[in-house]
Ligand binder design. Structure first.
Ligand code: GLN
Length: 488
């Protein structure tokens, strides 16, 4: 049962083959065994889940079920969930019980989904390996010596290990796509403004976007249909109709123009990753797509631009964690100054402090023009590259990450090498475009992801293109060894 997709579970529930209560119990059991060692969850909300499952079964017997009613889901611990601890992976919020739920949570709850728990993540979503979490690293189910990627590492690992059929994630510079790639699952970062950010703890507000992490593109389409849409409580949320994302999945990709940026296939790309990506591109050719070489000449600017913009925004967003209004407060402060300093000093981890310092520096008088303003100009150049490319091609493809999952501890002493894990994903956030990662192979037993980038609001096309590949291949069905035969 645990190996079924959301679409299959929806079907089974509808036909009465099993109840949501039975289904939820299976996943809760799997979270405890064999999932316990992976450290995917910060909170397991078993009681709430059983209540929600029973309520979903009741709605179904009253004839009020939708396609997602009764399906279990895990939420990244960045989304505020009313009455439930919402830590954002930080000691700062270790004692924070959210007084309201994020729009994403409200929407998925009202679609009848059943929350299993809150997943582990890099502290305040800053990281590419899940190692900055206050709650310890998450392991990759394909090889428990390896990281799952980050920052949505708990969500990715949980879906890959079949501890949840689907999870939510957020992506500021790659945090849905990169962990999806490293764990061999499907992840979609929607167009900026497609999904409400209300109640999603802010990292870099002009880049953050929530999306689904699933096994298949079809599942991502089902869940995005429920997640997306206008929300007056988020001023950057776009007022635009939400299509049924499952409607166009079956369109053949014959004649599709796929752009391949030379910059994504050069130095720094591991050969195992390059081979699996090439094999996937050949599969698209067999389906009748056309491969076209393109250039995104400013893509070399994306990592440095991001590491000015994102820290600048985070230094402002995280100023609210002052030891007074939210979360952690130091013991016996001498005075107000001491309270601020020690609460922040003790509450935040090293990576978060590094970002706050970089951001504060870049925004300070005298440096603003040299760094922040310059970064905004580079951001425009990066977006323009994509705009020009989409005059010639329908989608852009390349690797999601330069390597497969690296080992826990391998990059912790070298932040710059860690930052380069997102070299292919970051430009997409800077431009606000939608991007996906789908599993396309293994190298040294660890998964490889193909990144598919679309033009603004072209999520239907991305999902269609991904789905067509998944119809003719089975990488998305592979289960990490060791997670296949435990409990039903
Ligand atoms: N790895 C990138 C960072 O550390 C992106 C994180 C994210 O997308 N939240 O900032």
């Amino acid at each position: 049962m645990y190996s079924k997709t959301v679409a299959e579970l929806s079907d089974g529930l509808q036909k009465g083959e099993f109840s949501s209560e039975e289904l939820t119990r299976i996943y809760l059991d799997r979270i405890n065994n064999p999932g316990e060692d992976l450290n995917c969850f910060i909170s397991i909300t078993a009681e709430l889940a059983m209540d929600a499952a029973k309520a979903a079964d009741r709605s179904r017997s009253n004839g009020k079920a939708g396609p997602l009613t009764g399906i279990p889901i895990a939420h990244k611990d960045i989304f505020c969930t009313e009455g439930v601890k919402t830590s954002c992976g930080s000691r700062m919020l270790d004692n924070f019980i959210a007084p309201y739920s994020a729009t994403v949570i409200q929407r998925l709850n009202s679609a009848g989904m059943v929350m299993l728990g809150k997943t582990n993540m890099d502290e305040f979503a800053m990281g590419s390996s899940n190692e900055t979490s206050h709650y310890g690293p998450v392991k990759n189910p394909w090889d428990t010596r390896a990281v799952p990627g980050g920052s949505s590492g708990g969500s990715a690992s949980a879906v890959a290990a079949r501890l949840a059929p689907i999870a939510t994630g957020t992506d500021t510079g790659g945090s849905i796509r990169q962990p999806a790639a490293l764990c061999g699952i499907t992840g979609l970062k929607p167009t900026y403004g497609r999904v409400s950010r209300y109640g999603m703890i802010a990292f870099a507000s002009s880049l953050d976007q929530a999306g689904p992490m699933t096994r298949t593109a079809e599942d991502a389409a089902m869940v995005l249909t429920a997640m997306a849409g206008f929300d007056p409580r988020d001023s950057t949320c776009v007022d635009r109709e939400v299509p049924d994302y499952t409607a166009g999945l079956d369109t053949p990709v014959k004649g599709l123009k796929i752009g391949l940026p030379g910059e994504f296939f050069g130095e720094g790309l591991d050969s195992g990753v390059a081979d699996a990506v090439q094999a996937a591109l050949s599969e698209y050719e067999k389906l009748g797509a056309e491969l076209i070489d393109i250039s995104l000449p400013n893509s070399g600017l994306s990592v440095p631009t991001y590491y000015v913009v994102a820290p600048a925004e985070c230094s402002s967003n995280l100023s609210r964690f002052d030891g007074v209004r939210f979360g952690y407060r130091c013991e016996n402060p001498k005075d107000l100054e001491d309270l601020y300093k020690r609460s922040r000093g003790e509450g935040f981890g090293e990576e978060v402090k590094r970002r706050i310092m970089i951001g504060t520096y870049a925004l300070s008088a005298g440096y603003y023009d040299a760094y922040y303003l310059k970064a905004q100009q580079c951001r425009r150049l990066i977006s323009d590259d994509f705009r020009k490319a989409y005059e010639k091609v329908d989608v852009i493809m390349g690797p999601t990450a330069p390597s497969v999952a690296f080992n826990i501890g391998e990059k912790t002493d070298d932040p710059v090498s860690m930052y380069l894990s997102d070299i292919y994903t970051i430009a997409v956030n800077l431009a606000g475009l939608p991007g996906m990662s789908i599993p396309v192979g293994l190298a040294d037993g660890r998964p490889v992801g193909l990144q598919i980038i679309g033009n603004y609001f072209e999520e239907p096309r991305l999902l269609n293109v991904a789905h067509q590949y998944q119809l003719v291949t089975d990488w998305h069905q592979q289960i990490p060894p060791g997670f296949a035969d435990a409990i039903p």
